[in-house]
Design a protein around this ligand. Structure first.
Ligand SMILES: Nc1nc2c(c(=O)[nH]1)N[C@H]1C(S)=C(S)[C@@H](COP(=O)(O)O)O[C@H]1N2
Ligand SMILES: [Mo]
Length: 309
């Protein structure tokens, strides 16, 4: 097998989107370009044609396969059945797409997906640790959220960032279940949002994001439980008060605003000390801040992480 540093690979979907930006849109649809290059079109079922990837994360943990990452999902807008999300999300309309960014900013803007892809994209291999105590290692493609926030110029009063998922019950059967206070909302403190690890992801394994993984753009905050990494974002607001997330509204005693991965603080109904890595037997120890303590612990200096769970 050829060994190519990942920095030299232009992910296919980025290559295509740049061509589109260079004026080829209209001549050929993106779907046609993708099909011509043998790339899956959005909504087509995941296949097993993505070759195994022998790379690891910085701790030496192997990547999960494309198959694992795209067939075991939490996306309650479709279904609470992790193995059922991929099928129900097939055909979800991810284009055209716009993300409205406003609130306490000097320069409110609406970004089309093409505008988001125009930010320099990079690959980031991150561990994803679900609050349910399973985890994966995922090679995302995207860019630091900070770069987008810099463009809209947060104003002095901005202290938090609030994110909202698309509300489209006609396409998302789970959103017809009125038990959940849709739309899905998440939030970060502004300094967390500005941290270099905080990513807006547009791709996975060098391809465009699949619907089940939050296409066309989702947040990835690797030191927090997976539910903070909100999918299919349409709205980002800078605000002065702590946003109430969907999970805080539903079960405030179980899901707090911070949701930092912490093996020492149990969920009221289960331990968080260990986790099941998808594809492995047995369990492994959960690491403080999901293994990113050197990078992020200083954000929480002096805070009681049992109170601020
Ligand atoms: N809008 C939305 N975002 C969401 C969820 C969801 O149900 N709806 N689930 C969260 C949870 S609990 C996890 S663990 C991750 C799973 O991401 P993945 O399916 O890409 O692995 O997405 C998070 N983002
Ligand atoms: Mo999760």
């Amino acid at each position: 097998m050829h060994k190519i540093p990942s920095s030299e690979i232009t992910p296919e979907h980025l290559f295509l989107s740049r061509r589109q930006l260079m004026g080829s849109a209209g001549a050929l649809s993106v779907a046609a370009l993708l099909a011509a290059c043998g790339v899956r079109t959005p909504g087509a079922p995941a296949t097993d044609t993505v070759p195994a990837d022998a790379r690891t994360d910085e701790l030496g943990d192997p990547l999960n396969s494309f198959e694992e990452i795209t067939t075991y999902n939490n996306y309650y807008e479709f279904t609470t059945d992790k193995q059922g999300v991929a099928r129900l999300a097939t055909g979800f309309q991810t284009s055209p797409w716009e993300v409205q960014v406003g609130g306490l900013v000097g320069n409110p803007r609406t970004f089309a997906l093409e505008d988001l892809l125009a930010f320099e994209q990079e690959e980031r291999i991150y561990r994803l640790r679900c609050v349910e105590a399973w985890s994966m290692v995922i090679p995302w493609v995207g860019f630091p959220l900070r770069r987008l926030l810099d463009v809209v110029e947060p104003r002095a009063g901005a202290q938090y960032v609030r994110f909202e998922t698309v509300f489209r019950p006609e396409e998302m059967p789970g959103q017809r279940d009125r038990y959940y206070p849709w739309p899905y909302v998440e939030g970060l403190r502004l300094d967390e949002a500005m941290h270099d690890l905080t990513l807006l992801a547009t791709g996975l394994y060098g391809r465009e994001l699949t619907p089940q993984n939050g296409a066309p753009v989702r947040l990835v905050v690797p030191w927090k439980y997976g539910f903070k990494s909100i999918k299919s974002i349409v709205k980002i607001d800078l605000v002065d008060t702590m946003p109430t997330s969907l999970w805080m509204a539903l079960a405030p005693n179980e899901y707090g605003f911070y949701a930092n991965v912490n093996p020492a603080v149990a969920h009221p109904r289960w331990s968080q000390a260990t986790e099941r890595r998808i594809g492995e037997r047995g369990r492994r120890e959960t690491l403080m801040f999901n293994g990113y303590a050197d990078e992020v612990a200083s954000l929480y200096a002096g805070m009681d992480l049992r109170v601020n769970y």
